[in-house]
Design a protein around this ligand. Structure first.
Ligand SMILES: Nc1ncnc2c1ncn2[C@@H]1O[C@H](COP(=O)(O)OP(=O)(O)OP(=O)(O)O)[C@@H](O)[C@H]1O
Ligand SMILES: Nc1nc2c(ncn2[C@@H]2O[C@H](COP(=O)(O)O)[C@@H](O)[C@H]2O)c(=O)[nH]1
Length: 178
């Protein structure tokens, strides 16, 4: 039984967009980065300080944490157990470190979906979002694609040309899982 669908992929590959298209409950993770325009605390992330995240880790409240582009991101254990106990279906967005840890803990109860899009399209999407650190965030693009190949159970091509098919595939998947 699958209870958690985890999305991983390079910046601007479309993880949030595809996750939202599924209209399932979200597991909200922690980050020390500042909220982007339009992002809401408790919806997109729990925006808290690096110190508090590390304190939560020391107290055994986190499954894992990772450092990305100068910020910390972390998954709370309680948010996972709630979904597992209710036997529901929820989504989460993580990097490779998070995906590997989720698979170690949840085994067949998690499905890891790798979201890929061409480098140039990710770059263009980030420019459209007026991000200042585009090249820094995309410096790990090749490594992240390799990690997707190693870790994910399903790879979705979310190029511009394939956008509708990508959403359709997730729609069929949802129907099969609920
Ligand atoms: N297939 C697609 N074709 C064109 N634009 C897309 C496609 N998928 C997503 N987008 C757009 O690309 C931008 C980035 O998408 P999104 O925020 O979902 O990416 P992400 O992988 O979650 O990014 P990040 O990890 O940086 O937060 C958004 O403006 C979104 O509307
Ligand atoms: N290992 C984890 N990675 C996470 C978590 N939450 C988000 N992420 C990943 O961080 C990067 C950057 O995200 P952004 O929102 O700043 O663009 C991205 O790869 C996410 O998948 C988490 O709890 N653990």
């Amino acid at each position: 039984m699958i209870n958690i669908i985890a999305f991983m992929g390079p910046s601007a590959s479309g993880k949030s967009t595809l996750r939202d298209s599924m209209e399932l409950d979200r597991i909200v993770t922690f980050t020390s980065r500042k909220a982007r325009e339009g992002e809401k605390d408790g919806v997109d992330y729990h925006f808290i300080s690096r110190e508090i995240i590390l304190e939560l880790y020391d107290k055994g409240k986190l499954l894992e944490f990772t450092e990305y582009n100068g910020n910390i991101y972390a998954t709370g254990i309680e948010s996972l157990t709630e979904v597992m106990d209710s036997k529901g279906l929820a989504t989460i967005i993580v990097d490779n470190n998070g995906a590997v840890k989720l698979k170690e803990l949840l085994v067949e109860r998690v499905l890891v979906i790798g979201v890929v899009a061409p480098f140039e399209e990710c770059e263009e999407r980030m420019m459209d979002r007026n991000e200042s650190d585009v090249s820094r965030r995309l410096a790990s693009y090749e490594r992240e694609i390799e990690e997707i190949i190693k870790t994910s159970d399903l790879i979705i091509n979310n190029s511009r040309a394939n956008w509708n098919s990508a959403k359709d595939i997730l729609g069929y998947l949802k129907k099969g899982l609920i």
